[in-house]
Design a protein around this ligand. Structure first.
Ligand SMILES: [Zn+2]
Length: 339
C-alpha cells in the first residue's frame, strides 16, 4: 500500500474525535512531597510551592503545585511506559495503541513531540486527585519536514479534579514520521530523534559588486584596502565612491600585517554554533602607508584571553581558514609589539 491511499486516509480520519486514552485517575493524590521534589529538581525557588506561610501571605490557603506539573500527576509510570513501548496495550490506552499501529502500518514509525500548550483553570493543591482523558483533535495530511515525511497528530488532554471540574487542558502535538534512511530513530514512545548534524559553517558574508574584491583577496590570504585613485584616500569597509572626493575610481593596496586594537567586545550570547565562545570581536586600526591616515577593520582576536586584551594592544594579522569557501583575516597579539 501507499500512504497517500484514500482508504488509509479514511482510516486515520476516523480517529479524529476519538478517545485515545480513557479517563485515568492518578495513582496518587497531589502531595507536598512530590511538589517539593519537583521544585528542587527544577530549581524553582517560588516560596508558594513549599512554604505554607509564604503561600498564605499571597492570599492562598496553603502551598500550591507548579502549574507545569499538571501533566506529571497522571503519568502512567515507568513500567506501563515500557509495556507500551513493547506494543502491549495498557488498560485504558487501547485507542492509543491502535492509532500507533495504524501509523506504523503507514510507515510513520518515529515520533517527536513538537508542541504542548497548556491552559490552566485553577491552581492544583495538595489533596487533589487528578484524572486525565485524551481525545484526538486532528491528524494532518502528510507533510514534508526536516526529519522526514510525516503527519502531525494533535490531541487534547483534559485534566479534572475529584469533583469532575476541569483544572486544565493540554493540547499535545507530535510528528509521526518515516525516518530518513540511516536514521537511528525507532518507534518507541517517546523516542528521541537523533539527527547527526554537520559541523556548523560560519555565516556567509553578503557579497556584492562593491565588496567582492575584498573577499576574493582574503581567499588568497591577502588583506587589501581600497584606495581612491583621484585623491589617494583609503577606505574600509569597501564602497563604490570615495567619501572624501566622491570619485568612483579606485584600486587597492596591501594593508600590511600589523595593527592595534582600537576597541573590542566579548560576545557571550546569543551563540552561533560556528563560533567558539567567549568570542572576541575587535576594531583593529590599520596604519596607512608612510604614516598616512589608515583604516579600521572589524575582525576577531585569536589566541588571547578576554582578560588579557587591552585597547591599543599591538596585534598581527593571521588567517582563519573557516571552510573550503571562506578564509578571513583575524588578529593575534603581536609578539614583537613591545610597548
Ligand atoms: Zn577620493
Amino acid at each position: 500500500m501507499t500512504t497517500t491511499d484514500a482508504a488509509y486516509d479514511d482510516r486515520l480520519a476516523e480517529f479524529v474525535g476519538r478517545e485515545l486514552v480513557r479517563r485515568t485517575v492518578a495513582k496518587d493524590a497531589v502531595s507536598t512531597a512530590a511538589i517539593r521534589t519537583w521544585a528542587e529538581a527544577m530549581e524553582d525557588t517560588n516560596p508558594v510551592l513549599v512554604d505554607d506561610a509564604a503561600a498564605r501571605a499571597t492570599g492562598r490557603d496553603g502551598v500550591v503545585a507548579p502549574a507545569t506539573m499538571l501533566q506529571a500527576w497522571t503519568m502512567r509510570g515507568y513500567a506501563a511506559t515500557q509495556a507500551l513501548a513493547r506494543g502491549e496495550a495498557t488498560p485504558g490506552a487501547e485507542g492509543f495503541a491502535e492509532l500507533v499501529a495504524l501509523l506504523d502500518e503507514g510507515g510513520y514509525t518515529s515520533v517527536v513531540a513538537t508542541d504542548s500548550d497548556f491552559e490552566f483553570a485553577r491552581e492544583v493543591v495538595p489533596g487533589d486527585l487528578i484524572s486525565v482523558e485524551e481525545v484526538v483533535e486532528a491528524i494532518s495530511p502528510e507533510k514534508r519536514t526536516g526529519l522526514g515525511v510525516g503527519r502531525f497528530v494533535t490531541t487534547l488532554r483534559t485534566y479534572r479534579d475529584a469533583a469532575d471540574e476541569v483544572v486544565g487542558t493540554q493540547r499535545w502535538r507530535t510528528l509521526r514520521f518515516r525516518p530518513k534512511p540511516g536514521s537511528t530513530a525507532d518507534g518507541a514512545e517517546p523516542a528521541p530523534v537523533e539527527t547527526p548534524e554537520p559541523p556548523a559553517l560560519r555565516p556567509r558574508p553578503a557579497i556584492n559588486l562593491d565588496n567582492a574584491f575584498w573577499f576574493e583577496a582574503a581567499t588568497e590570504k591577502r588583506l587589501v584596502v581600497q584606495r581612491c585613485t583621484t585623491c589617494s584616500t583609503l577606505r574600509h569597509p569597501p564602497g563604490p565612491a570615495c567619501p572624501a572626493c566622491g570619485s568612483f575610481d579606485w584600486d587597492t593596496v596591501p594593508a600590511g600585517e600589523k595593527g592595534t586594537v582600537h576597541s573590542y567586545v566579548v560576545a557571550h550570547h546569543p551563540r552561533h554554533p560556528a563560533f567558539d565562545y567567549p568570542l572576541l570581536i575587535a576594531l583593529v586600526d590599520l596604519p596607512g602607508p608612510g604614516g598616512s591616515p589608515g583604516t579600521r577593520l572589524t575582525t576577531n582576536l585569536v589566541d588571547v584571553r578576554p582578560e588579557d586584551v587591552e585597547i591599543g594592544m599591538p596585534v598581527v594579522l593571521d588567517w582563519l581558514e573557516a571552510d573550503d569557501e571562506l578564509t578571513l583575516p583575524v588578529f593575534r597579539p603581536d609578539p614583537e609589539g613591545q610597548r
